[in-house]
Design a binder for this molecule. Sequence first.
Ligand code: MG
Length: 315
Amino acid sequence: MLTKIRFGDYEGYGEASMPPYLGESHETAAAFYRKLNLAQFNDPMRMEEIIDYVDNIAPGNHAAKCSIDIALHDLVGKMLNEPWYRLWGFSKEKTPSTSFTIGIDSPEKVKEKTREAAGFNILKIKLGRGTDKEIIEAVRSVTDVPVCVDVNQGWKDKNEALDMVHFLNENGCVFVEQPMPKDQPDDVAWLTENSPLPIMADEAVQDFADIKKVYGVYSGVNIKLEKCGGLRHAHMMMDAARALDMKVMIGCMTATSCAVTAGAQLSPFVDWADLDGNLLIKNDVFEGLKVEKGKIVLPDAPGIGVKKISDIGLV
Ligand code: MG
């Protein structure tokens, strides 16, 4: 769902991408927006107050809130004529490479997808369905670029998980995302303590308040705007994770360049970025971040840095 906030001659764009497992939909987001009255604020620069108001309209609704938060950031950045990476004090040159995702498939298909992903400096390999070693061997038969893996809670036994982590460590893997179910924190804490690789939380961490749940259990957090409610909360999570000496990763949902470019504004400050969601769709209505030689290139444009290239969905 795309949103637009208008103030005077300025327009800010936002997006809520809603994967079904997080429980939001067009219906829940539309119901949430019907409760909002942003016209009561006469100055978009009062961002803290506005976002606090939006947060307190109803619990949950993180993606719907995220869409408002992104649009507000876009609007304010345009009013100030600066991109957010500059307003936050980040260097454009320090953007990381983004990983490109290779989904679960037969070893032959994985080889083919890996060949197609030539040009990316790091690949994110989805694992967790019992064919993990075959998949990694298929990737390694084609390329030796670094990989990270996302197990999506797929490993249930901690000893087997540790064996796999050692195997991955010997095969050029840089971190392991959500190896075990989020409701097995004791097993994950044991794995993290014994693992030669950082163990990152994804499903186990949603918003700012969850940082305290994953501290001491995981090495770091995968922050996504749609999970936490937008840029303001994502920035707060990054600061909290850094203060606790945890690794920081920025991820995204399958989305247009709007949400992905917004997330990319924070990317100069992360350890790893997984911002390929806009590359996985064919109906993008925005132009924003680019990936050159595998590295994220932020646009020279104010706000979140996107340009609308189609009116579809944004009347
Ligand atoms: Mg994940």
